[in-house]
Design a protein around this ligand. Structure first.
Ligand SMILES: [Zn+2]
Length: 336
């Protein structure tokens, strides 16, 4: 279903097309120019009105303002409660602020420079957060919320001591967090689509690891070895995940792959990937089930997904859906 918005010229709701346009906005007596979006009616070409587009443009303006003034980003503000397992009001009280002050920042209000510096430091330095937590724990009023938050910050501190995890691990963790019952084979396919569609949409491969054309489809060997004994365990899945480690563009791709590919079983995904050019090219003349650890050429992979993007006239990562459904029909549905 195409999105619709009100077109003044046509006098009714019409499907529209988004395009980037230079925009200027005034904020606190300064004018900022940025790249915003406008919707054009697909029928008459006139500009459509949609609160959604206006909000996104306003968000761009505010993001730019924050960046220019060195104010903490909204993403980081929103990541704070999850990062330290603390509610918005308790956090505000912990900092000695009005009970709803942090909630307002969370909703998008711009903090003053001084408050912003405080939030930034808390975000960047778990050790500092722990210090504040210990000092002001009486303000929380509940031993349980203090202990919960303490556990979270200690986990962060102990992680910081360890070697930095790689991007592919972080994305795998996100997949575990988002998909309730992902299996090791599904995980591999999801990582493969993320590698390909990230290249198509963001012109960049997120993973340095090479993908191999196994009989079971594309596989990132090291990651597979690390997680092959993974079994879904509802108790072990974290109930929060600090998504601010990814950019908005990355997340849009990850989420579309999750929504449109992770709904299929590992077997179905295997069959689909075995019908795609990158895997076929790496396998050459090998029989379907023959053992192989042939490395799939990265550029072939990137080019393929770039072509898919063009062929399906994808504008946003959400458009991945049509391709996923098509491949499922082609590869897995037996005609009557
Ligand atoms: Zn129109």
């Amino acid at each position: 279903m195409e999105k619709q918005a009100y077109c003044k010229v046509c006098g009714c709701e019409q499907p529209y097309r988004l395009s980037s346009v230079p925009m200027a906005g005034r904020l606190k007596d300064e004018v900022y120019t940025y790249s915003g979006h406008e919707g054009r009616c697909r029928v008459c070409g006139g500009r459509v009105q949609a609160a959604e587009i206006d909000e996104a443009n306003l968000r761009c303006l505010y993001d730019l303002y924050r960046e220019k003034k060195g104010i903490i980003s909204l993403e980081q503000v929103r990541a704070l409660p999850g990062r330290y397992a603390i509610g918005k009001r308790p956090l505000s009280k912990l900092l000695g602020w009005g009970e709803l002050t942090f909630t307002r920042y969370y909703e998008g209000y711009m903090p003053s420079y001084q408050y912003s510096e405080m939030l930034k430091r808390l975000y960047e330095e778990p050790a500092y957060y722990k210090e504040v937590l210990e000092k002001n724990k009486a303000a929380l009023g509940s031993a349980r919320s203090y202990e919960k938050s303490l556990r979270a910050v200690e986990a962060l501190l102990s992680m910081a001591g360890k070697e930095c995890e790689t991007k592919i691990d972080r994305v795998a963790m996100y997949l575990f967090y988002r998909c309730e019952d992902i299996t090791p084979l599904m995980l591999q396919k999801a990582l493969y689509y993320i590698q390909g569609f990230s290249y198509a949409f963001l012109q960049e491969f997120p993973f340095r690891e090479e993908c191999e054309a196994w009989a079971q489809g594309p596989m990132f060997k090291e990651v597979y070895m690390r997680y092959k004994d993974y079994r879904y365990d509802p108790g072990a899945v974290k109930d929060d995940f600090d998504v601010s480690v990814f950019t908005a563009g990355e997340r849009a791709v990850f989420d579309s792959v999750i929504n449109y590919f992770c709904c299929y079983s590992g077997k179905v995904l295997e069959r689909i990937t075995q019908n795609e050019a990158p895997w076929l090219a790496a396998r050459g003349r090998l029989p379907l089930s023959a053992y192989s650890e042939e490395v799939m050429d990265r550029q072939t992979l990137g080019d393929y997904f770039q072509e898919v993007k063009v062929k399906y006239r994808m504008v946003n990562p959400g458009d991945i859906r049509a391709y996923a459904e098509d491949m499922f029909r082609q590869c897995c549905v037996v005609p009557l």
